[in-house]
Design a protein. Structure first.
Lengths: 322, 321
């Protein structure tokens, strides 16, 4: 069936809440407002205020509360209205959620999902347009998922909710309305498994979240010019499925990494390092990164466009290797 | 008053006192490293409060947590081994002094970012409410955490959602070296902070274990019955420095002040009560000293003889399989 990304997330949470009474949804405007981006539409009607909980605008407070509830055996889903607000809860996420299992020598665990949209939408300016996945990936004890398609979003969110660890699940505002084929009935997608979204042989392009759609668009254009690129979506950034990327690089000998986040210490730097360390001898050229600009996001549309990877830049990056 | 009962409270406080004195010695010998924050002087708060709890009630604390952990009934050998960083420690040597956890005793941990564990306490209490259990959660923290944003967010959620959590603020008058008067706006009555959120709040004499237990028994019963939060200020005092890095009084307070508070040493206060009421004699206290001395010596022996964690442990417990 064809579903929007938003509907896919809604189904994933709905199915898991029906399946497991320990699962509850907590966050700003998740109940009566139906979610700031309507991801939890209909939840308050089905599950009631005990399991669909509106919070005050205190991310540290309610994220910390959810961590405590997870320590006591519940399975919270924390919706951050946007991942930007996760910065306010970063002490809870980094110092508590990620470390409690290790610090306790394995006595405690924190099974929870922290989800919400990351990256830029349209002209939301600097404080609401950030791709912070590299921050979360840097912290041991967290898993980080960044689905791009409705099918992946549903299958991975269900896996994240069932996972016994804290999972950061990053969506994108501009993906919520996108549509795609989603399998009928029950399914999950394993965490930590990449997918070849389009086979090719000329260049491997790794891209995730919104940037996957850009990479696939570039693939169409390049194909018309006779250049067949292989597009890989890691889907999970941590743990990273390096094997799928390396297998492709061994075939193509060339790699472009597309990410929306800031270039310095960005995800692509890590992926490139991992590929260099594993498959250096198979590379015919240095790895090329297409990234967001290292600046606070400007408001003005032309400036914003210039700060985010776009089709010409992805095409140019691929061609620079051909 | 019952002799056995009072001796048991004394015994628990004495265990914390002698255990920590020995830890300080071990620190000087470099058997224990990192930060070591002693609870000496504040024992009545942990012992009196925890004596009012059921075994399944949650207890959570900050980084000055040895007293709470021992009062909860954790094995002193495992606690000492944790301070030594040994594989047999409560947390396999991965937590250390500031992060003791004993899940079997519902001791949910020590946390070392000031104010950061108050939201966790609301979450433990939330879980009890969600699961329709009549467990209460007791959250210990210092008055230094009181002005932090996370504390206020926790107070607001606890009051808003009527969570069965008891915030026990151990007001030992100093956040490291900064006196409460220079850190907390409402320092003359810090319980006002909680009342401003609609949380019932009262203060108690944190140097008198019987007073603490009496207040806490009433409060625990009330929170268990109503499911609503409560805030208690335990007026107490730390006899030692903030950590092993500073002397007992230092520049920020006078020797005379420390000596004056030592006259209200919680061990002395209880001992005097028992002597006054002929519930115990010097011989009883001597015997307790011997008994606790042996327990602490055994904890050191256990910690000394235990192995360090194997290198294979390094990557264990990061994620759950």
């Amino acid at each position: 069936m064809v579903l929007s990304y938003r509907e896919a997330l809604n189904q994933a949470m709905r199915e898991e809440m029906r399946r497991d009474p320990r699962v509850f949804l907590i966050g700003e405007e998740v109940a009566y407002y139906q979610g700031a981006f309507k991801v939890s539409k209909g939840f308050i009607e089905e599950f009631g205020p005990r399991r669909v909980i509106d919070t005050p605008i205190t991310e540290a407070g309610f994220t910390g509360l959810a961590i405590g509830a997870a320590m006591a055996g519940l399975r919270p889903i924390v919706e951050l209205m946007t991942m930007n607000f996760g910065i306010v809860a970063l002490d809870q996420i980094v110092n508590n959620a990620a470390k409690i299992r290790y610090m306790s020598g394995g006595q405690l665990s924190v099974p929870m999902v922290i989800r919400g949209p990351g990256s830029a939408a349209h002209q939301l300016a600097a404080q609401h347009s950030q791709s912070l996945e590299a921050w979360f990936c840097h912290v041991p004890g967290l898993k980080v998922i960044v689905p791009a398609t409705p099918r992946d979003a549903k299958g991975l969110l269900k896996s994240a909710i069932r996972d016994p660890n804290p999972v950061i699940f990053i969506e994108a505002q501009l993906l919520y309305g996108t549509k795609g084929e989603v399998p009928e009935g029950e399914y999950t997608i394993p965490i930590g498994v990449a997918e070849v979204k389009r086979p090719g042989h000329a260049v491997t392009v790794v891209a995730y979240s919104k940037m996957l759609l850009l990479a696939l668009e570039a693939a169409e254009h390049l194909s018309r010019e006779g250049i067949e690129i292989e597009v890989i979506d890691p889907r999970t950034l941590k743990p990273l499925d390096l094997e799928t990327i390396v297998t492709s690089v061994k075939k193509t000998g060339r790699l472009v990494i597309v990410e929306e986040g800031w270039r310095f210490c960005g995800l692509g730097a890590q992926i490139a390092e991992s590929v260099y360390a594993t498959a250096f001898d198979y590379l015919d050229a240095p790895i090329v990164r297409v990234t967001g600009a290292d600046i606070p996001m400007p408001y003005s549309r032309p400036l914003e466009d210039a700060a985010i990877p776009d089709l010409p830049r992805v095409i140019e990056a691929v061609k620079s290797l051909c | 008053m019952d002799r056995t009962d009072l001796l048991s409270l004394y015994r628990q406080m004495l265990l914390i006192r002698r255990f920590e004195e020995k830890s300080a010695e071990m620190y000087a010998l470099a058997k224990i490293a990192g930060f070591l924050h002693l609870y000496i002087g504040e024992e009545a708060v942990a012992v009196g409060t925890i004596a009012a709890l059921r075994p399944d009630d949650y207890v959570i604390s900050a980084y000055r947590d040895h007293g709470h952990c021992l009062a909860r009934g954790s094995d002193p050998g495992k606690v000492m081994a944790e301070l030594f960083g040994k594989a047999t420690g409560l947390c396999k040597g991965k937590g250390g002094s500031m992060h003791l956890v004993d899940a079997e005793k519902s001791f949910m941990g020590g946390y070392a970012i000031v104010g950061g564990h108050l939201p966790l306490a609301t979450g433990l209490a939330f879980a009890s409410q969600y699961q329709s259990l009549d467990r209460v959660t007791v959250c210990f923290f210092g008055e230094g955490a009181l002005p932090s944003g996370q504390a206020h967010e926790a107070f607001n959620l606890a009051a808003l959602w009527k969570l069965p959590v008891i915030f026990v603020c151990e007001n030992n008058r100093y956040g490291m070296g900064t006196p409460v008067e220079r850190a907390v706006a409402l320092y003359t009555d810090i319980t006002e902070t909680a009342r401003s959120y609609g949380i019932a709040a009262e203060e108690m004499d944190g140097m008198d274990v019987l007073a603490v237990r009496s207040v806490m028994r009433r409060v625990v019963e009330q929170v268990r019955a109503t499911g609503t939060p409560c805030f208690i200020e335990a007026k107490t005092y730390r006899f030692m420095g903030h950590s092993m890095a500073d002397p007992a009084h230092g520049h920020y307070r006078t020797k005379e002040e420390v000596e004056a508070y030592r006259k209200r040493d919680p061990l002395l206060v209880l001992k005097q009560t028992m002597l006054d009421q002929n519930l115990a004699g010097e011989a009883d206290f001597k015997q307790l000293e011997q008994e606790i001395g042996a327990v602490v010596a055994a904890s050191i022996k256990f910690a000394e003889e235990s192995p360090f964690p194997s290198p294979a442990e390094l990557h264990q417990d990061v994620l759950m399989e």
